[in-house]
Design a protein around this ligand. Structure first.
Ligand SMILES: Nc1ncnc2c1ncn2[C@@H]1O[C@H](COP(=O)(O)OP(=O)(O)OP(=O)(O)O)[C@@H](O)[C@H]1O
Ligand SMILES: [Mg+2]
Length: 486
């Protein structure tokens, strides 16, 4: 799961070192287990993310118990100096200290206690992989800012592909764009993407929420004011147009802009100049305008709430954001993205089982992606690092039954007790986005072993017969997976 990266275990207890090495071997991860004394010897030669004598980068470091009194912060510093992107897992007695700097605390992605179960190990390696990906992304963004933002527009549905196609047509043209769509559909994500894919990417991106600023303050907020322009204007102040000079001004919720301000914006669009409130100096402006709204501007024009001339000025290139219910196939991908955001921000994690995901795909999502993001966050708080099933979802999100409660599952469980179930005419379908084969097979193996143990009342010898493996092999596997006889 860590692909071509290497795992380092620093542990003085020989038996723990051996146990960890066995788990990693089973997971076919490349691991090196050393004592603290050995680590101290090799540390000075540890360079550019690679351990001495290796070409593989370090994927994660497990730090366990130490025979002598030792300050593990020193070791963390060595790891960080040579490899600022390797995550660390503390096992056993080691703990994160409050005195550590935030970066070091951030490096420690997990603290585990003995005995470490197979699932915990699988989860922690998965998190390490996510951490490495996030670090690699951050490094890349430093050189290539736009990549991140395109990535942030997650989805493979036809609808989101159409949005991406429109974006790539217009991003580097200096035209005004109007993004329309329901609340939470990602209008701001698109606006930022357009900016970072334009020639203005090194200039500022300045958002203004026209609906959130009181009408009487909006003019000064946008155009700035001169000293003494109104009561309280003690100093002169630049407006958002000035701040956005050379960049992009994002007029969010433009449908909420009062009519008198609409006239002023229209003038700036036509003449590319404006005056500060209380001033008569004319400022030339070079900003690209991107506007967004969740309102139906054409209807507002009919009812006199929006100026038709401004609408045509803004609507040079319209982009319509699809609602989430119209692209439900993107929901699993979005959930993954939202979870990895939580993980990389160290705000916890959670998983959803397939029944829960199916249930969410049937939800109407009036709040769109924002609502989904809030749900994922709420579930991570309520089930920290757990697996959410349908019953764990808030009531309004339950649109299917949990597999475990449903009749279908009963039938499957009944069938699975027959000795012929494995492989008999059953072809597992490869999901479109692929799977982690190792993880899948390990899960399957664990489940079959547990079933054999349940069937035989925990008699290992009989369970081994059912699985046609040696008793000692079964014992070894049970230990690896942390499975009990009962
Ligand atoms: N395609 C997407 N991929 C990943 N995240 C997304 C996507 N669309 C939206 N989001 C996330 O959903 C949340 C809402 O997005 P955004 O603020 O862009 O929506 P909006 O349309 O501007 O909403 P509102 O009208 O309420 O202001 C953000 O956290 C954003 O990161
Ligand atoms: Mg918005």
């Amino acid at each position: 799961m860590l692909y071509d990266k290497e795992i380092l275990v620093i542990e003085d207890n020989e038996s723990s070192r051996h146990d960890l090495a066995v788990v990693f071997k089973f997971l076919t991860e490349q691991a090196r287990a050393v004592s603290f004394a050995q680590w101290e010897k090799m540390a000075p030669e540890f360079k550019a993310c690679c351990l001495p004598g290796s070409e593989r980068e370090l994927g994660v470091v497990f730090i366990g118990s130490c025979a002598a009194e030792v300050d593990i912060k020193t070791h963390l510093d060595t790891i960080r100096t040579a490899c600022d992107s390797a995550p660390v897992v503390l096992i056993g007695e080691q703990e994160v200290s409050d005195d550590w700097d935030p970066y070091t605390k951030h490096m420690v992605i997990e603290t585990l206690s003995w005995p470490v179960s197979y699932t915990e190990m699988l989860n922690v390696i998965h998190r390490a992989q996510r951490y490495n990906e996030a670090q690699a992304r951050q490094k890349m963004e430093k050189h290539q800012r736009p990549v991140h933002l395109f990535r942030s527009l997650v989805g493979t549905s036809r609808e989101i592909q159409a949005v991406r196609a429109m974006m790539s047509q217009v991003a580097d043209k200096d035209v005004t764009v109007l993004i329309e769509g329901e609340s939470g559909t990602g209008k701001e994500v698109v606006a930022r993407n357009l900016h970072y894919h334009s020639a203005r990417r090194d200039g500022p991106f300045v958002p203004v929420n026209c609906g959130a600023i009181p009408a009487e303050l909006l003019e000064s907020e946008l155009f700035g004011h001169e000293k003494g322009a109104f009561t309280g204007a003690i100093n002169s102040r630049a407006g958002r147009f000035e701040l956005a000079e050379g960049g992009t001004l994002f007029l969010d919720e433009i449908g909420d802009m009062p009519l008198h301000m609409q006239v002023k914006i229209l003038r700036v669009l036509q003449e590319k100049s404006y005056e500060r409130v209380g001033g008569n100096k004319t400022y030339k402006t070079d900003v690209r305008i991107i506007a967004a709204t969740h309102r139906n501007l054409e209807k507002m024009i009919e009812s006199g709430g929006f100026r038709e001339d401004l609408y045509y000025r803004l609507n040079v290139f319209p982009i319509g954001m699809p609602s989430l219910r119209d692209r439900a196939e993107d929901i699993p991908l979005l959930i993954n993205e939202l979870i990895s955001r939580l993980e990389s921000e160290k705000r916890g994690s959670v998983r959803f089982n397939s029944a829960a995901i199916m249930s969410l795909c049937g939800h109407p999502w009036p709040g769109n992606v924002r609502e989904l993001a809030n749900l994922v966050e709420r579930m991570a708080i309520m089930n920290p690092f757990g697996i959410v099933g349908v019953q764990d979802l808030p009531k309004k999100y339950r649109h299917v039954e949990d597999a475990e409660d449903s009749e279908e599952f009963e039938v499957f469980a009944e069938e699975s007790r027959k000795p012929t179930i494995v492989g008999e005419g059953d072809i597992a379908l490869l999901p479109e986005n692929g799977i982690d084969l190792k993880e899948y097979i390990a899960g399957l193996e664990q489940s079959l072993i547990q079933q054999a143990l349940d069937n035989t009342g925990g008699v290992v010898a009989r369970a081994a017969e059912q699985l046609t493996i040696r008793r000692t092999t079964l014992v070894e596997k049970m230990r690896k997976y942390g499975l009990q006889r009962g």
